[in-house]
Write a protein that binds this ligand. Structure first.
Ligand SMILES: Nc1nc2c(ncn2[C@@H]2O[C@H](COP(=O)(O)OP(=O)(O)OP(=O)(O)O)[C@@H](O)[C@H]2O)c(=O)[nH]1
Ligand SMILES: [Mg+2]
Length: 300
């Protein structure tokens, strides 16, 4: 029998560093949603890559941040849980952003864990070689990284090198997941995320952070999926923004999400979205559980 190697790799970092973009680049498939808004990812999401006799199990995590709500605390807890019993930690840094107290905090945190840490200096497509070189020197004095790799998750620069270097850190053991499995997340989760992604792309300021999506009804046959979902916001002013003038905003979100979901399920999709106000839901633990935001939530 062929000898197989397998390992768990947690991708952590501050919000907006490009963690989910990297996950998708590694898997060559859209597993996690991405956006220019901070705190896009709210749950840990597994991306499983099986290449011949190697299996890499990546965990995309929410960006570590100072939590202002119960939701934020739950998101951070998810990150901490991803660091236990792991083979490699990828610390994703937006190399175009200045080093700050958030980065300092994460480097301090990492000292509590034993896994080797790879520093992934991301967004290097936007930097000059000399700047990248200086950053590598600077970071190597701050922490004893196992590897420092400048990458670009959007142009794929060095993503293959990252994978090759990671291979050395896998351990001889059977695969954890079936070869054909690419994520641990359900189709419902991915459809909800698709809808939330469109809201993130189309709205500004407080709205993206105040939105959650739940599936209300689903009817499906071989050729067609009929889906009703509720977009939850915290205030009626946000509901107004989401609906927009003559419902233009919600129509556009619906059409874009419908198209994305169609490519996911490969059949005709009829999506209806409704907007509902749930005051202060981000601070209500029972609501968070209902919406799949408990640390191990949404594994239906
Ligand atoms: N130029 C450039 N932009 C990038 C790169 N990687 C990610 N981005 C952009 O950075 C933004 C954030 O990317 P995400 O992948 O959503 O970041 P994240 O770290 O998952 O963010 P959270 O989920 O909020 O923690 C998006 O607009 C991406 O397109 C990169 O290598 N180069
Ligand atoms: Mg993310």
């Amino acid at each position: 029998m062929l000898e197989t190697k397998c390992g768990f790799i947690s991708i952590i970092g501050r919000p907006n560093a490009g963690k989910s973009t990297l996950l998708n680049a590694l898997l060559e498939e859209k597993i996690a949603i991405t956006s220019s808004k901070a705190q896009t990812t709210r749950n840990n999401i597994l991306g499983i890559l099986t290449r011949e006799t190697n299996q890499y199990v990546f965990i995309d995590t929410p960006g570590l941040h100072k939590a202002k709500h119960e939701l934020g605390k739950t998101m951070n807890k998810g990150v901490y849980s991803s660091l236990q019993d792991i083979d490699i930690i990828y610390l994703m840094v937006d190399a175009t952003a200045a080093f700050g107290s958030g980065d300092e905090y994460i480097l301090g945190l990492l000292k509590n864990y034993s896994a080797p840490v790879f520093l992934c200096l991301n967004k290097c497509d936007l930097l000059r070689k000399e700047t990248i070189f200086k950053l590598i020197q600077d970071y190597s004095t701050r922490y004893d990284f196992a590897e420092i790799i400048p990458i670009s998750a959007t142009t794929n620069k060095n993503v293959d090198d990252l994978l090759k270097t990671s291979e050395k850190y896998l351990t001889n053991q059977p695969f954890f997941y079936p070869e054909e499995m690419v994520s641990d997340r359900s189709l419902d989760f991915r459809m909800r995320e698709c809808i939330r992604e469109q809201v993130l792309h189309k709205t500004e300021e407080e709205v993206p952070h105040s939105v959650a999506v739940v599936i209300e009804a689903k009817e499906e046959d071989e050729n067609k999926l009929i889906l009703e979902a509720i977009v939850i916001v915290e205030r009626s002013s946000q509901k107004g923004i989401l609906i927009g003038k003559q419902a233009s905003m919600i129509k556009s979100i619906t059409l874009n999400a419908q198209r994305e979901i169609k490519s996911m399920v490969n059949k005709k999709v009829v999506l209806s979205l409704y907007v509902r106000v749930e005051k202060n839901w981000r601070n209500k633990i029972s609501k968070l559980n209902q919406m799949g935001y408990s640390v191990n939530g949404d594994y239906e």
